[in-house]
Design a protein around this ligand. Sequence first.
Ligand SMILES: *Cc1c(COP(=O)(O)O)cnc(C)c1O
Length: 421
Amino acid sequence: MDHFLYRDGQLFAEDVAIADIAATVGTPFYVYSTATLQRHFKLFDEALDGMPHLVCFAMKSLSNQAVLRVLAQAGAGMDVVSGGEYCRAKAAGVSGDKIVFSGVGKTADEMRMALTGGIRQFNVESEPEMVVLSAVAVELGVEAPITIRVNPDVDAKTHAKIATGKSENKFGIPISRARAVYKMAAELLGLKVIGIDVHIGSQLTDLAPFEAAYLKVADLVETLRADGHKIGRLDLGGGLGIPYTRSNEAPPLPSDYGAMIKRTLGHLDCEIEIEPGRLISGNAGLMVSKVIYVKEGEDREFLIIDAAMNDLIRPAMYEAHHDIVPVIEPDVAHTPAKYDVVGPVCESGDTFGKARDMPVLAANDLVAFRSAGAYGAVMSSEYNSRPMIPEVLVNGDQFAVIRARPTYEEMIDRDIIPQWL
Ligand SMILES: *Cc1c(COP(=O)(O)O)cnc(C)c1O
């Protein structure tokens, strides 16, 4: 459920007409709904009711300071994957004891920053990383709380670029080697083993792969405890998928997910952490764009819009589908049309959708991409020297620009001319 609905023939974000935002900030832009962000966080939080838990928002999906503040105020922790994200989380008011540091390539500098500023735990992904973290902790005279990310070798049945839990993926240590690696961790100075971490992929639309992974984790808890390790926290990763089309089958609800977690892991007396990204932010955002031209091709019509692959790369990168809807609600008796929706970038990959059923549209009409809150703005670039598009946050009947569109001058002024030129 989201808060982007037609009202009186016009698309709204909560109580604000999309057309009013467009008139103020220009197109294209991203717009997020505060109510949807809060609602999605709450669904997860309530799904784990009855177990000690923390929902850590995977902020790589959407990391604007204003969005982080909304979620932090709702009680969310943060899952960060870089020093930059760590700083963003701190700047948004999240305390270190609610920040989890994930990622396969943490540098010594990033570890130092987190150990100094405060950290809930590092999710360690390899032996060499463990050795470096140990050295940094010893150098600072502190203990680094860690879980070790295990790779359970389950098929998440998702797009190959976002599957992370098969043995051929770069993530985690093979679960078959877990005992040896935990032994090594226990022997290293400066490390405090507190639990286990697992994350098998993104946009999973079935609970079965999660369950298979969590059953393996449950076994591992018993094994590691028998080996003498204190396993008190389980970080179960993120990855629950969202419906990208109105028509397709609905993915499992957070409540079903929570019930499965209780069933598979509830008896272990562990604190549960989850790291949802997309399910909190995905359907909390739209990308809004304007038609520049309607172009007649040989056998099709192109809707050329003012947003492009640099603004929303998911279709080009993952063959992802986004529903694209007109901002003026089509009449029931509207004339149907079929469009290939494309951006202005000089690559054929700059295609958002082929043969999309839409009403007849004309230059200057607005369209909205649904489910664009996650992995949208954060993955955008200025390719083709197209300035980063603004982000807008709606809250009830108010809206605010939360990242402004740079002017051409600001964009150019980031380049530096060496003195010899
Ligand atoms: C990407 C990622 C997530 C979030 O994934 P979603 O599919 O957006 O929920 C959580 N944890 C880790 C370690 C990740 O890499």
